[in-house]
Design a protein around this ligand. Structure first.
Ligand SMILES: Cc1ncc(COP(=O)(O)O)c(C=O)c1O
Length: 485
């Protein structure tokens, strides 16, 4: 209500009560004012009533909610179901205009404002989580793989003669497909084994650049967050190589925003060398439904170029979900989740290590991976090779989701390219293993239950219990469903 309506209300209800109501409303408005002024994530989270008030104010600015609007276009933000309208807070027009996902829509001032504010708040979060010098970003309603594809397609215009993408191997199908879908040929760089860790082979990267010619590479496609025993790529060194050879550099930071180490790597890479864009998943970093990512970078004009590459309008749902989440958590709430995650990583490592010891196995030493851990299954393998794959099925049926069993010798062909030792990021890792991750939102109870169930499974397998049939197929077939996070 505006001040005139409050004055009118005083004719109906005691003016002191109405003034108190007005004060209360001003409290909500003050929070909205600060958000619009600063464009930053509020320090403290908002109450749900403030968030809803704000979203309703945005919605009434869109033409589909105008009183007396008559629409005669082919897209008028009409929805048949009230349930659908409410699910989207009556923000129906989506974001962007044909040709630019960042453009303002004349019919939808509220949705356009939502888009701008979300991008601004997310930029603030990228900065306070560690990439201090990031200059621009936008939320795109596609998951990580497709968002990487969009980056590659944008670079194509800058490097029309390029054919290859240089890619330190990570065994995740979306990463590989993101390059093929964009029409490029991945040049796979095998990782090197250092202790238990799989790390970027820098010599091989440089050798390939020299062999095939820097100008023939669209970019280097590196990765931060990944399953142990692979660890984040040597980003600083890769960024320096990219600057030296004038090759663009796109970083897949899928779930790295939740780790200060991954964010630090990106900040350092950009400081000492070249990073053109880095991509992170919304669901994996912000606990929202699958469907969105953030594309960010250090050169505003390149990030704008990527956003202009997106053909047509886009769903506002991922932006809406992440904005609601960040306004509700506030910067302090989000930082608290990150701190808890980090603490639970230590706890998970301890518990897995103790469990491993009890079963004659060991926690692999992968200190450079800040999220994912791996426990060997060497003894289980010598006991029975089938037991290793069986463990994956057993965990799945016992509702331990995300624990990922990696047997030896899996061969997988992805779009014509055959990977030996698939899932393990290398042709032949020395032992089979099991992954578990401490990702944002994990609880102590998750860890306690997982360890208890894992303990039971390992005990029963070592007693050679009769083979248990998987309800979901073999773990190797379910690789994507069994991945964490
Ligand atoms: C490192 C990495 N990159 C990319 C992806 C694919 O992400 P999305 O499903 O959001 O495309 C994953 C999924 O697990 C991943 O682990």
């Amino acid at each position: 209500m505006n001040s005139q309506n409050f004055s009118l209300s005083e004719k109906l209800v005691s003016c002191s009560y109405v003034r108190q109501g007005l004060q209360a409303r001003r409290g909500h408005e003050q929070l909205v004012r600060v958000l619009l002024q600063q464009g930053k994530c509020p320090e403290e989270g908002w109450s749900e009533s403030t968030v809803e008030l704000f979203l309703n104010e945005l919605a009434v600015m869109d033409s589909n909610n105008f009183l007396g609007n008559c629409g005669v276009g082919e897209r008028e933000g009409r929805v048949a179901s009230g349930l659908v309208a409410r699910r989207h807070y009556r923000l129906i027009h989506g974001i962007g205009r044909s040709g630019d996902i960042a453009a303002v829509q004349p019919k939808a001032a509220g949705s356009s404002l939502l888009n701008k504010i979300t991008n601004s708040v997310v930029l603030d979060v990228l900065r306070f989580t560690g990439v201090r010098s990031v200059s621009s970003c936008f939320v795109v309603p596609m998951a990580t793989g497709m968002s990487l594809t969009l980056c590659f397609l944008t670079l194509r215009h800058r490097r029309p003669g390029a054919r290859y993408i240089l890619w330190p191997r990570i065994d995740q199908k979306s990463c590989f497909k993101s390059m093929l879908t964009a029409g490029f040929e991945p040049v796979v760089i095998e990782n090197v084994l250092e202790g238990d860790e799989l790390r970027t082979n820098l010599e091989e990267v440089e050798r390939k650049i020299e062999e095939l010619g820097a100008e023939n590479f669209l970019c280097v496609h590196s990765t931060t967050s990944c399953f142990a025993p692979r660890v984040p790529d040597r980003l600083e060194e890769l960024a320096v190589l990219c600057a030296k050879h004038d090759i663009p550099h796109i970083v897949n930071n899928a779930y790295g925003m939740q780790s200060s180490k991954c964010m630090h790597l990106i900040q350092q890479g950009a400081r000492v060398g070249r990073i053109d864009a880095f991509v992170q998943s919304l669901d994996k970093n912000f606990m929202v439904p699958v469907g969105g990512a953030i594309i960010a970078g250090f050169d505003e004009s390149f990030i704008t170029e990527i956003s202009k590459m997106y053909p047509g309008r886009a769903s506002a749902s991922p932006s809406l979900d992440v904005l609601i989440t960040l306004l509700t958590l506030g910067a302090n709430g989000y930082k608290k989740l990150l701190a808890e995650r980090k603490e639970l990583y230590g706890h998970l490592a301890q518990e897995l290590s103790a469990l491993a010891e009890r079963h004659g196995e060991r926690l692999l030493h992968t200190p450079h991976n800040p999220i994912s851990l791996a426990m060997s299954l060497t003894r289980l393998q010598t006991h029975s090779a089938a037991a290793v794959t069986q463990l994956g099925s057993m965990l799945f049926t016992r509702q331990v989701s995300g624990a990922r069993v990696v047997p030896l010798g899996v061969e997988q062909t992805v779009s014509g390219h055959t990977f030996r030792g698939f899932m393990s990021h290398t042709d032949a890792y020395p032992c089979p293993y099991l992954n578990a991750a401490s990702a944002i939102g994990i609880t102590r109870d998750d860890i306690t239950l997982c360890i208890k169930r894992l303990d039971k499974c390992l005990k029963s397998l070592s007693k050679e219990a009769p083979a248990e049939k998987s309800e979901s197929g073999s773990p190797a077939e379910d690789v994507d469903d069994q991945t964490v996070p």
